[in-house]
Design a protein around this ligand. Structure first.
Ligand code: ADP
Length: 787
């Protein structure tokens, strides 16, 4: 950041000034407390309301009094009297910041107070959580506080149908998992009657685990797909691919994100299949490819795509790391959380390829109807704020992508956690042996241990080794996630060992001695033993993620300690340190204690963090373009939904048919709706084709590594050209359909013309852990192509 020192200084000093200011406001609020203590409930509510201005912006005009009223209400309803630091946090969130508050500081209550503050200003609030379990839990917990102020509230349940969702969305403050919020946006973008929409847009998003949502998962596409047979690789291709050899028939990029077919590999397939050229076939997207007139190149054929997905499934996706096989089905593991991602699938071909690889029944492929990234979803909220234990390290991204500032809130009680220096080993084997010895030893003292691993395979490996040594442990991973929250809550009991993948059980607090109220004696015992001991197996791809794990220990002034066991073979070290030389002499246990080794690991992590930021920035450029195009389509959709424009156009185009229909006495409203459905069918279908085409060009740019032109520019050029023709084509097809379709008093029969809407839809997240071998194939290849 050379040259920008003044900027960061200015930022730092304004942060300090804000901190001072909010402390002053909170201490002023304490003075108002007496006045409220004896006031009846209704008066507390009235006082709170009086703190909101009557101007159009409904600004908070008396912050100290408002905070006092919130504190009083929380004590009366939730039974928790907010600490000063919690009021400070709520205050900064009401200004629109992301606040950093450590684990166990009571962020749920801070979020509740913030929601009330916005609610009193007449704003609709969405509290966004990382999963539906937390949305439900937090809503039930904060409900009484919201009731107190007469604010209606609800949580979006994963299982909820359209009617229930519509009802919940209409309320003042709702709690929802980020993916549910996104899926509802997508489904609402496909309605053909306004009344079918479930969402009521909100004014404010209050985002929990803000860095996870807005940075780590920002580019995860939420996808809505419809059933339609997709290009599943034939079993034959799966068999061929299994016989192919790395570095001969294909190469894998150093970061394990992308796989490339070599000429020899292509020749092998061509020979085995007895075809002339794998590249010769013109893809299904041929029509669209013409839009890109000047390149004269066809999109890759379906056969080539099949070979590519089969290679990807075979050589980049690993069972128990990227997916598990359960009940004869492939279940994806959500890398960010190390748990099974229910109802999620990979994009059509890849899912089928993995099923073929595992010898399972290949399910239907599908068609991607629409998609949105988490970042674009968050962008839909006019106002946002957030909270997390680790915001500072994400400041750059939060500012760059969301224009949000970070406020650090000091802990209520000073932290006493001890972070030990890393234990680094040359090999995974030495590291694992040392980590097991370490856990066995600590557990022997009775101190509870939480072990954080990078993936499920590692957690099982560690757990198995512990069992062999006679240590009982709880494993938190995709295979038993239902009990996750309950299990993690007990991870602070004496002698307990809990092995967890990344952030499994996030959002659930670990209290020393256990979760119950009657655990005070146990609490004291665990405090004497040194509190919770956190062991990281491998450093994460950013310091922030390391800190998320470390933050599990030492909550609310409790003692606690953390240590990471690193191997030079870890993904993060291998990727971040690629090309660097390191010579060091291990001791008898294989441990490398030299200072330069420790610095090297930090260096690798910084390099990785830099790569992640670059990938985020470039990938966002790509996503933003799709998102902008979607907004244009949405504006058109809105017009079609809310006006008679479709009927106006179609009836004008085929005056004769329109005349006949009217003469037949069909109700005007029926005709308008029929025209609307015809127009929307084609618009949506063209959009879906467009997305498939974009996927193809992305893939072809990636495969062909076009020289002399930057891939993003090339992508822009081709996608804009194709988009330019989309609407015109939709209208032309709609006119054709209008002339051909049978329209009666019962409406239009699109099925009669073979124009079927998908018989079922499902949603999934394409997850991406860019350091492991591309759990999200698309993301992996986008990332690779933009570097
Ligand atoms: P975080 O999300 O910040 O890790 P939680 O919201 O899960 O923390 O709360 C952690 C624990 O602290 C909960 O058990 C909660 O009951 C408790 N807690 C929160 N606020 C207060 C308070 N003002 N006084 C006492 N206990 C509190």
């Amino acid at each position: 950041m050379a040259g920008f020192g003044w900027f960061w200084k200015a930022m730092g000093s304004s942060a300090t000034a804000n901190q001072k200011k909010s402390k002053t406001i909170v201490s002023e609020s304490t003075k108002a407390a007496d006045r409220l203590a004896d006031a009846p409930d209704t008066e507390v509510v009235d006082i709170a309301r009086s703190c909101i201005g009557t101007g159009e912006d409904r600004a908070i005009v008396d912050a100290p009094l408002l905070l006092a009223a919130l504190r009083e209400a929380a004590s009366r309803t939730v039974g928790l009297r907010p600490f000063d630091v919690q009021l400070q946090g709520a205050l900064r969130m009401l200004v629109g910041d992301v606040v950093e508050m450590a684990t166990g500081e009571g962020k749920t209550l801070v979020g509740g107070l913030t929601a009330v503050g916005y609610g009193l200003q007449g704003k609709k609030v969405h509290v966004i959580t990382v999963n539906s379990f937390l949305a439900g839990r937090d809503e039930a917990w904060m409900g009484p506080l919201l009731d107190f102020f007469g604010l209606s509230h609800g949580a979006i349940r994963e299982e909820a149908g359209a009617d229930e969702r519509r009802d919940v969305y209409a309320r003042d403050v709702i709690f929802t998992a980020v993916n549910e919020a996104g899926f509802d946006v997508l489904r609402d973008q496909l309605i053909t009657r306004r009344a079918d929409a479930v969402r009521t847009p909100a004014d404010v998003a209050v985002i929990d685990e803000a860095d996870s949502v807005m940075v780590d998962e920002a580019l995860v596409p939420l996808v809505l797909a419809g059933s339609e047979p997709g290009p599943a690789p034939a079993g034959q291709i799966t068999d061929l691919v299994r016989r192919m050899e790395e570095n001969r028939h294909f190469t894998v990029s150093g970061d394990h994100r992308s796989i490339f077919l070599t000429d020899e590999g292509a020749a092998f397939i061509e020979k085995e299949l007895g075809i002339d050229s794998l590249y010769g076939e013109v893809g299904e997207a041929g029509d669209n490819a013409d839009a890109d007139g000047d390149s004269g190149e066809a999109a890759p054929g379906p056969l080539l795509s099949q070979v590519n997905v089969a290679l990807h499934a075979q050589h980049l996706l690993t069972r128990d790391v990227h997916y598990i096989v359960r009940d004869g089905k492939v279940a994806l593991i959500d890398n960010a959380r190390g748990r099974v991602a229910e109802l999620q699938r990979w994009p059509d071909g890849l899912q089928a390829a993995v099923e073929a690889k595992e010898g399972l029944k290949v399910t239907d492929g599908g068609r991607i109807l629409d998609q949105i990234t988490v970042q674009a979803l968050i962008g839909l909220y006019p106002q946002k704020c957030g909270m997390t234990g680790t915001a500072v390290a994400a400041s750059d991204q939060l500012r760059q992508f969301y224009d949000l500032s970070v406020s650090v809130i000091e802990p209520n009680v000073p932290t006493k956690r001890f972070d030990e220096v890393d234990h680094v080993f040359a090999s995974d084997e030495d590291r694992d042996a040392a980590v097991i010895d370490h856990i066995v030893e600590v557990q022997g003292t009775g101190q509870p241990v939480l072990v954080g691993t990078q993936d499920i395979a590692a957690s099982e490996r560690i757990a198995d080794a512990l069992v062999l040594r006679g240590v009982d442990c709880n494993v938190l991973n995709a295979k038993n996630h239902e009990a996750e929250a309950a299990t993690i809550a007990e991870a602070g009991r004496p002698g307990r060992v809990t092995v967890s993948t990344q952030m499994a059980g996030r959002g659930t607090d670990i209290r020393l001695g256990g979760s119950g109220d009657a655990e005070d004696a146990e609490h004291a015992r665990v405090v004497d033993l040194g509190g919770l001991h956190v062991v990281g197996v491998g450093r994460f791809r950013s310091q922030r993620l390391d800190n998320q794990l470390r933050g599990r220990a030492g909550r609310q002034g409790d003692p606690g300690s953390t240590v990471f066991f690193v191997s030079l073979e870890d993904d993060m070290v291998a990727v971040g340190g690629a090309g660097d030389e390191l010579t060091a002499q291990p001791d008898a246990d294989g441990r490398l204690e030299q200072k330069k080794v420790l610095q090297f690991v930090d260096h690798c992590q910084r390099v990785t963090e830099g790569q992640m930021l670059d990938i985020h920035a470039t990938t966002w450029k790509y996503n933003k373009l799709i998102n902008d195009q979607r907004q244009i389509i949405n504006a058109r959709r809105d017009a079609v939904l809310d006006t008679e424009t479709a009927w106006d156009d179609l009836s004008l185009h085929d005056v004769e048919k329109a005349g006949e229909l009217t003469a037949a006495g069909i109700d005007h409203a029926v005709l308008v709706q029929a025209a609307r459905e015809i127009m929307l069918y084609h618009l949506d279908h063209e959009w879906s084709d467009h997305l498939a085409y974009l996927d193809d060009i992305r893939e072809s740019i990636h495969l062909r590594a076009i020289a002399n032109e930057s891939p993003i520019d090339e992508f822009h050029r081709m996608s804009i050209a194709a988009f330019g023709e989309l609407a015109g084509r939709a209208v032309a097809k709609a006119r054709e359909t209008f002339s051909e379709a049978e329209i009666t008093a019962g409406g239009v029969d699109l099925g009669g013309l073979g124009l079927h809407k998908p018989s079922a839809t499902w949603t999934y997240m394409v997850n991406d852990n860019p350091l492991s071998s591309g759990g999200g194939s698309m993301m992996g290849s986008i990332a690779a192509m933009f570097r």
